[in-house]
Design a protein around this ligand. Structure first.
Ligand code: NDP
Length: 264
């Protein structure tokens, strides 16, 4: 299937590692030019260079913390300067949390709200004129299965991802008149360096390897019995970016190996 993505321009937050990088590579394979951001400048600049080299597309890497409005303004200005337009926005940057509601400070709630919700609000607003120049486009938000099926140790993550899900629906309703399709992808267990780091920490000095630890989590939770690779999730994002997904608007798609326990 020709995904008809050649020469499009995609903006990906958190595009330097994990799911964001896999989406960047998946789109680059289809001939899409990229603007990536992350906080660690050296890593995001190096990944953009590697993608240019490997796929022959244009790619910039910009250091920006998307929880900060001023960094988002700077990122949007860099995209405008480089491309003057955009077709695709992937709001991907995010991270898990660990706290109890009784012990978490207001500042902690605010940080995750800014990271998971306000970043998506601000980038949609900031990039709208650039997407309009192309006559429409696609916005995808990376949610989580935790938006509807909470994990006990991360109430702030669960709550802010649920808010992102509702924002996606509202944005989809408002944007479709401009030919901009908005959707949400809710991954389940995806084996990224972050999970591997946690598994290594938790199994230090234990009788279980980090690989066995991850395997047990997958078998205990996902009917498929394993983690997804970042590429497996990225493939789904790439399809939703394509005009081939032209009737997909305002939906939440689970890519979770069957982990969601209800019909939704
Ligand atoms: P990783 O930790 O592997 O990568 C996160 C990316 O986001 C990195 O590029 C990181 O770069 C960047 N990032 C983190 N914080 C910020 C910030 N404040 N501003 C800008 N960039 C930032 O994460 P994953 O690939 O695992 O997750 C990506 C998304 O997928 C997240 O939103 C997560 O909630 C969601 N998800 C992941 C699942 C999983 O099992 N892995 C499951 C369900 C959802 P840097 O550190 O340099 O800023």
């Amino acid at each position: 299937m020709d995904l008809e993505l050649k020469e499009k321009i995609a903006v990906i937050t958190g595009g330097s590692v994990g799911i964001g990088l896999a989406v960047a590579e998946g789109l680059a394979q289809e001939g899409v030019h990229l603007a990536l951001c992350a906080r660690d400048e050296a890593r995001v600049v190096a990944q953009a260079a590697a993608i240019r080299e490997k796929y022959g597309v244009r790619a910039i890497g910009v250091s920006a913390d998307v929880s900060k409005a001023e960094d988002i303004d700077r990122f949007v200005a860099a995209i405008d300067a480089e491309y003057g337009a955009a077709d695709i926005l992937i709001n991907n940057a995010g991270t898990g949390s660990e706290e109890t509601i009784l012990n978490a400070s207001d500042e902690r709630w605010q940080y995750y709200w800014d990271l998971h919700v306000m970043a998506a609000v601000r980038l949609a607003r900031g990039l709208f004129p650039l997407i309009q120049k192309r006559g429409g486009g696609v916005i995808l938000n990376n949610g989580s299965i935790c938006a509807t099926q909470p994990l006990g140790y991360e109430p702030i993550y669960n709550t802010t991802k649920a808010a992102l899900a509702m924002f996606s629906k509202c944005l989809a309703n408002e944007m479709i008149q401009y030919n901009i399709r908005v959707n949400l992808v809710n991954p389940g267990l995806v084996q990224t360096p972050d999970w591997e780091k946690t598994a290594k920490l938790l199994t230090r000095d234990k009788d279980i390897t980090w690989e066995q630890y991850l395997d047990k989590i997958a078998k205990d939770n996902a009917p498929i019995g394993r983690f997804a690779t970042a590429e497996e999730v990225a493939n789904f994002f790439v399809f939703l970016c394509s005009p081939r997904a032209s009737y997909s608007v305002g939906s939440s798609y689970y890519v979770d190996g069957g982990w969601l326990k209800v019909v939704n």
